[in-house]
Write a protein of this length. Sequence first.
Length: 258
Amino acid sequence: MTKIFCVANQKGGVGKTTTAVNLAASLAAHQQRILLVDLDPQGNATMGSGVEKTACQYTLYEVLVDELALDNACVRAETAGYDVLPANRELAGAEVELVNLDQRERRLKNALFSSKQRYDFVLIDCPPALSLLTLNGLCAAQGVIIPMQCEYFALEGLSDLVNTIQHVHANLNRDLRVIGLLRVMFDSRITLQQQVSDQLKQHFGNKVFNTIIPRNIRLAEAPSHGLPGIIFDRSSRGAQAYLRLGVEFMKYTQTLFI
Ligand code: ATP
Ligand code: MG
């Protein structure tokens, strides 16, 4: 069975795309068959996987709006080792067009269901908004990964996201659950970050991944080379952390679906 996860947080710039791209590459490096869905008109996950977003014949837009078969829009990110359902600016228009369409929250779910490809995992990189696009991601997924920085305002806004997830769980998708909070861009030298990190673990217990992603410049440099960090510089601390996250994630999901 394909396991489908969203990487979501309506805050901007918290490390969603970096997490989606590097977790996809990490799982692929562990011999998993992966599809990365770019649900963000910014197209960062597309470009960060080495796929030129302006050169794609089809993108997620046609899949959501015109009901193009998903397999026809997916492209192979050869070096990264996984498939990508790409996005570009066009997708911003879908937000408006979807409003008047049938099953507007379930269009991604239906498209994934019709795919003939056998993926082990589908990862969905959500935009920084609780929009209809994000709702399509949440309706399609069994779990949500929430990257967050260990800062004073980290929990601010988390309740809006959790409320949305609860609403989707109650009304649209009974399978949905929060898989885990992921501490990212972590700097252990900063006392406040250490304190917030400890508090998160105390408060949310096993809903927090044990793996912590450090702040690491190699992860930030990788997208400009069109590569996931773990391919760009596998020995870097950031890459090693995402490789460990892949292992933790696979173990965790095995216990979830038996
Ligand atoms: P948006 O909300 O705009 O989609 P996002 O949540 O997807 O943003 P990213 O694009 O992943 O966030 O990250 C924001 C910036 O931080 C990027 O420049 C990225 O390269 C950098 N970054 C992400 N994670 C790390 C890290 N662990 N160490 C250093 N830089 C990082
Ligand atoms: Mg992003």
